[in-house]
Structure formats: structure tokens, C-alpha cells
Design a protein around this ligand. Structure first.
Ligand code: ADP
Ligand code: ZN
Length: 678
């Protein structure tokens, strides 16, 4: 079968996602390949599909047992022979895998890298006919990366020993990691390399300045009630209080952080994977190992650490390609906290500089004046047009020339020895008569009271944006006193101007309108389909998305297939799943489902199906012969199915298939149907 047919029949997808087709082709041809795709881009398909096209077994090396088991389960559900050898297996599972291998049935064998350390593995793999190695999360081979796995270094050796093609996949794009992968996995010989863009167009991006942050999170969640989401928090304590508040507001929510017992963490991970609509309020400890494709939203209750972390964290939403939303809250305290964290860290000075730069990039995104996505992708070196799918495209920023107030603020900071925080500087600018101003003689400064045309709140927004644009930085040596950076000098000297956003605080207060994944008309059907999915998932003890993912259900609710044939055309409904669940979901849409003969069911959604239906009609007309007086006669369903599949082209072949008696009655008419159909 061709890749396109397998894509449709086995995986149930109408087409490739951007970039997949070229990769699938190269991997299927047995070329050494390195594919860099963003999370959610659809990497797994790029080795799963070639594994089916190629002879022999494909070994998949993947670092996380939970993810391997999930993929194996998904593949089996789609009718693919796959198995895993991991330390998490029961003896029975392991025996099953070996049996399938011995019988030559297995197409994909997932293995944890630790397994490679055991003696005799290459011999074993050669004996079972391994014809390709696929390496997921290939950046784990990088000694300088965060996810280094020493056992990954054995993969290169394995490739040499087996002498089969290797396909490596990762979402980490930087040049050093790439070079390390080529060195360690491909002995320095560059493979065919694919670099797919970093855009995730289905994710809506939005930022808001903190203003009663807990309320902001609660109303964001309320507008998405019943959808799975993650709230990231900066501290462990906060995960608990926000989870509590969400529960009080009627959501299913749990907290998760690194300080919890391993067992408790596993329970939350398991529930999140399995349940539809759970909210996990977590620190960044919740991340590695989450492979839930139907996370509908991610909110940051606190500012992430850097632009990379931001991208990674929001990227957990919407991996199934269906719409997903994000909201990131930030405020001056976050900026101070993140700077302080870097300054007080133990990293060498160059590293700290780099960390400040990565934080600056994120702050630039917070304070962006135009399309967030353009700014974000720009950081990753990609050019983009305004996306139409972020808060700033939805509602352009209200900007003003901030040069004058920025110069006032800089001057206030400089004249007070760069030793004060924004609170004190704002009092000076407003001309306040507080004692602490007078005692220090700050009421004598030329900047005293020059900023009365702005309110205290407006000044807070100006200072926050100045920190965001890295014009002022808290200085750890002076207890957080704001110090002017080199970047601010041209503005102070009047050589440069700066645009600021008018108050971002007002924009933060959005309405409480419920966000829908589908139109109001289709929403009740979508809920009914989800209920059916939940029931089937619970009965089978698998996560809901293993049955069908959200985008598949959304498409069902919108297109409303009326028959199994139409159902087969929905993206995500492969042949095996059509047989297992087609009727159940169809009955939600149309009520009672007419029973099809099993021989006909197998042809649902294929051209043979409609040929079969025509044959049936023609046969009904002839059941008593041409003049309607003959002996009643009909072919069995499986005989008709055989005709539809084999498509005999002439009478003698038709006779061989039908037998002389039936051929005499129906042969000519059937040949007519078949010639119309071809
Ligand atoms: P990652 O690149 O992060 O490993 P996955 O392989 O897990 O991504 O794929 C993410 C999601 O996209 C999965 O739910 C998968 O079923 C879906 N997907 C992959 N390829 C396609 C496609 N061609 N059409 C529709 N959905 C796809
Ligand atoms: Zn945009």
C-alpha cells in the first residue's frame, strides 16, 4: 500500500501535515534522516507510517516509558502490530511482544534506551529482522542539554552494528544540538535534514498585566469550563491555593509540584491523561512526559522564566491541531523576581547574561506593540506576517509616544543615585508630600512633581514597560534599586523615541463569554459525542483521545456524517476505528443506525462500497429475472462483496466468480455496473 493510502486507512487522516510528506518519503526510502519539528507537529507519524511501508521491524528508541506505552496503545487501536519492551511491562506483555516477533507479525518495537545496555541486544535485534531505527527526542544524546540520557550514546553503536537506516526526531532546533546529534548518532556524516517551522497556528496567544490575578485565572477557566487545561504557577504554594479556588468555582482541578510524593504525582499525571476536562495547576515540574494531545488551554499565573520556557509550556496545548488558547499574566513583581533569580543563581557570568537576554526576549513579547506571533517567531529566526490569531491582532495595542515620561522616570532614577524602586520614584514624580520624600530632600529635586499629568496607575504601567524594554533593571547590589541600562541612554539624550502602550490593564478585563470550540448550533452535538467518547473510554480503561481526538469529534459535529461511508471520510477515523466505534458515534448523530452486512461494513468509505450498493440495486431488479416471472434468486452478501472487490471485466471471469447459474441471471447487469464505475 502507498503512504497516502495507509495515512487514510490506518491513521484516518485526509492529508499530511506540513512537512510530514517529505520526511515520510525519505524515511520510507531508507535514507538516514534528521527531522526537527515543533512539538505537536506530528513526528510520530513520520516513523510509524514508514515502518508500515517497509519490510521488517522498526525499532523505536524513546526516553519515556509512559509515552511509549501510549503510542503502542494508539497504534494497536488503529490495528497496527506494535509492542514495547520496557521495565514497566508485565511478564504477560513481554511474552506477547516476543511471540509477535517470533511470528514475524510485529512492525514496531518500542524500546527504552536503558535496554541497549543489556548484552546481546544487537544480535537479538538482527535476528528478529530489524530494518530501521527511529530515535524519538534525539536531543537526549546531547551532553550539554537538559535532557541528556547517557544510554542514548549507545544508539550510534547499534546503528553501526545493524547497518540499517536511522531516522532521528527532535523539537530542539539550535545548531549545537543538531551538530551533536549528527556526531553521536550518524558518526558525523550529515543525514538528510528537515527543519520544520515553529509556528503553531492553532494556538491563540494572549498576555495580560496582572490585576487581581487569581480572578483573572478563574474567569479564563470559567470561560472554558469542561476543557482540559494547565495553569502554570511560579511557586508550589500557589498551585495549591489556585487549585482550591478552581474547585470551589466548580471545576475538576488538582495541584502538582516537585515537592509532592512521587506516588501522588503519578496519580495526578494518570488522571490528567485519562480524564476529559481536568485542570492541573502546576509548577514547571509538570511537563516532561505529558503527551496529552487534547489540552485545550494553558494559562500562566506567573511569568515564565524565558522565551524558550514560554514556547515549550504553551506548546503543550492543542497538539491535536484543534483550536487551543493561552493566557500569560505578568507584572512588575514577576520581572523583579525573574531578574533576581538569575542574579542570585550560581551560573557563571556569561550564562547569566544569556539568561537575562532570554528573559528580555520574553518581556519584549509581553510588551509587544504588534502581533505576538510575529514577535515570537522572529525570536526563533522565522519571518511571519501578522497572524490574526493573537490578542494584539484581535485588538491592536493603544500606543502613545512615551519618550517624555520615560525621560522623566530615568532622570528621577539617576538623580536619586539609582538606589530606589519604582514605588519611591513614582512618589517623586507625582510630587507627593510623604515624609520619606521630604526627609531625603527629594522634594528639592528638579524632577519633583513633574509627572502629575499621569496617574499613579499609569506611572506603574510606564515603569513596568520600561523594565520590560530593559531600560531599567533592578540592581541586586542595591536591594533592587532601579539602575539605568545602556539601552536607555539614547532616549535620555533625546536621540531616540519610544512607543508605550496606554494602559494594558483595561484590556486585561475581558468579558466572561463562554468560548466554544464549535458554533452554537453544533455545540450540543459535540457534547453528546464527547459523552459517548467518555463512556467508551471508561469502559475500555483508556484515555478519551485514544478513541478519537478532539479535532475528529469537532469535525463530526460540524459535518454530521449520516452513514458509515460518510463517517469514514472524517479526519482521524481510520478503518479499524471505523469498525470499532463507527456505529456508536453514528448513532449519536442519526439516532438508530441501519445495520450493514459485515461484508459491506468492511468497505465503508471506499469506492467498492458504492459499487456494492449499485450491485445490490441491480440484483433487486433482477431477482425474479428480466420479465419478473423467474425463480427468486439473490447472491450472498459476501459474493457481492467479492464482485465489488475483484471487478471482473468479462463474462468468463464473471462466471468463475459467480458460478454459471448466477452469472446467467446477473452477469451482464453486473458487468454494466462495473464498467460504469471504472
Ligand atoms: P509530536 O510531533 O509532538 O510527537 P505527535 O506525533 O504526538 O506530535 O502528533 C500530535 C498530534 O497530531 C496527534 O494527536 C496526532 O494524531 C496528530 N496528527 C499527526 N499527523 C496528523 C495528520 N497528518 N493529520 C491530522 N492529525 C495528525
Ligand atoms: Zn497576531
Amino acid at each position: 500500500m502507498t503512504a497516502a493510502t495507509l495515512l487514510r486507512d490506518v491513521f484516518g487522516f485526509d492529508g499530511f501535515r506540513p512537512g510530514q510528506e517529505e520526511i515520510v518519503e525519505a524515511v520510507s526510502l531508507g535514507q538516514n534522516t534528521l527531522a526537527i519539528m515543533p512539538t505537536g507537529g506530528g513526528k510520530s507519524l513520520c516513523f510509524q507510517l514508514p515502518a508500515l511501508v517497509r519490510d521488517g521491524v522498526t525499532v523505536v528508541i524513546s526516553p519515556l516509558i509512559a509515552l511509549m506505552r501510549d503510542q503502542v496503545r494508539g497504534l494497536r487501536e488503529a490495528g497496527v502490530e506494535a509492542g514495547a519492551l520496557t521495565s514497566g511491562n508485565t511478564q504477560e506483555e513481554t511474552d506477547g511482544v516476543w511471540q509477535a516477533l517470533e511470528e514475524g507479525r510485529l512492525k514496531l518495537l518500542y524500546m527504552a534506551p536503558e535496554r541497549l545496555a543489556a548484552g546481546g541486544v544487537p544480535q537479538m535485534l538482527r535476528r528478529i529482522g530489524v530494518s530501521m531505527i527511529a530515535v524519538d527526542e534525539a536531543h537526549c544524546v546531547s551532553q550539554w542539554g537538559h535532557d541528556f540520557r547517557p544510554d542514548y550514546l549507545r544508539i550510534g553503536e547499534l546503528r553501526r552494528a545493524l547497518d540499517v537506516p536511522l531516522a532521528a526526531f527532535t523539537a530542539t532546533a539550535d545548531a549545537e544540538t543538531q551538530a551533536e546529534i549528527v556526531e553521536k548518532l550518524f558518526d558525523g556524516v550529515p543525514p538528510v535534514t528537515f527543519l520544520r517551522g515553529f509556528d503553531r497556528p492553532n494556538i491563540h496567544l494572549a498576555f495580560a498585566v496582572k490585576d487581581q490575578p487569581r480572578q483573572q485565572i478563574l474567569s479564563f477557566a470559567a470561560a472554558r469550563k469542561g476543557q482540559s487545561g494547565i495553569v502554570y504557577c511560579g511557586t508550589r504554594a500557589k498551585t495549591e491555593t489556585i487549585a482550591q479556588a478552581l474547585r470551589e468555582a466548580g471545576h475538576a482541578a488538582c495541584h502538582y509540584h516537585g515537592g509532592m510524593e512521587a506516588e501522588d504525582r503519578r496519580v495526578v499525571e494518570g488522571r490528567f491523561q485519562q480524564e476529559d476536562g481536568l485542570i492541573v495547576v502546576a509548577t514547571v515540574a509538570f511537563g516532561m512526559g505529558i503527551d496529552k494531545p487534547d489540552i485545550r488551554w494553558v494559562a500562566h499565573a506567573d511569568l515564565p522564566k524565558s522565551i524558550e520556557s514560554y514556547y515549550q509550556e504553551i506548546g503543550r496545548a492543542g497538539r491535536d491541531g484543534a483550536p487551543a488558547e493561552t493566557l500569560t499574566l505578568f507584572g512588575p513583581d514577576d520581572i523583579r523576581y525573574r531578574r533576581q533569580q538569575i542574579d542570585e543563581g550560581l551560573a557563571p557570568p556569561e550564562r547569566r547574561m544569556a539568561d537575562h537576554a532570554r528573559l528580555n526576549a520574553l518581556l519584549g513579547l509581553c510588551e509587544a506593540l504588534e502581533c505576538r506571533r510575529k514577535t515570537l517567531l522572529g525570536y526563533f529566526g522565522e519571518e511571519a506576517k501578522s497572524c490574526g490569531h493573537c490578542d494584539l491582532c484581535d485588538k491592536p495595542a493603544d500606543v502613545f509616544d512615551g519618550t517624555t515620561p520615560v525621560r522623566m522616570a530615568l532622570s528621577a532614577a539617576l538623580r536619586t543615585g539609582e538606589s530606589y524602586g519604582s514605588g519611591h520614584l513614582i512618589e517623586i514624580l507625582l510630587g507627593s508630600d510623604l515624609d520619606k520624600i521630604k526627609q531625603r530632600g527629594h522634594d528639592q529635586l528638579p524632577t519633583y512633581g513633574v509627572g502629575k499629568e499621569y496617574s499613579r496607575r499609569e506611572w506603574q504601567a510606564i515603569f513596568r514597560q520600561m523594565m520590560g524594554h530593559d531600560l531599567l533593571r533592578p540592581d541586586p547590589e542595591r536591594h533592587g534599586g532601579l539602575r539605568m541600562t545602556e539601552k536607555a541612554r539614547p532616549i535620555l539624550r533625546g536621540e531616540d523615541v519610544i512607543q508605550l502602550r496606554r494602559d494594558t490593564i483595561k484590556a486585561a478585563k475581558t468579558g466572561n463569554k463562554i468560548k466554544m470550540l464549535v458554533s452554537e448550533d453544533d455545540a450540543p452535538l459535540l457534547s453528546a459525542l464527547k459523552a459517548k467518547r467518555r463512556a467508551l473510554a471508561e469502559a475500555a480503561g483508556v484515555p478519551a483521545y485514544i478513541i478519537y481526538n478532539d479535532s475528529t469529534l469537532i469535525e463530526m459535529a460540524q459535518k454530521r456524517p449520516m452513514s458509515l461511508d460518510e463517517m469514514a471520510k472524517i479526519s482521524g477515523v481510520g478503518a479499524k476505528k471505523l469498525q470499532s466505534y463507527g456505529d456508536a458515534f453514528l448513532s449519536v448523530i442519526v439516532g438508530e443506525v441501519a445495520q450493514l452486512h459485515p461484508a459491506r461494513r468492511k468497505m465503508a468509505g471506499r469506492s467498492e462500497g458504492s459499487v456494492y450498493d449499485r450491485l445490490l440495486e441491480v440484483q433487486a431488479d433482477l431477482s425474479r429475472g428480466e420479465d419478473g416471472t423467474g425463480k427468486p434468486m439473490t447472491c450472498s452478501a459476501s459474493l457481492l462483496a467479492k464482485v465489488a472487490q475483484m471487478r471482473p471485466r468479462d463474462m468468463s471471469t464473471m462466471e468463475r466468480v459467480l458460478g454459471a447459474k448466477y452469472a446467467e441471471r446477473f452477469g451482464a447487469a453486473f458487468l454494466g455496473v462495473l464498467s460504469e464505475a471504472s
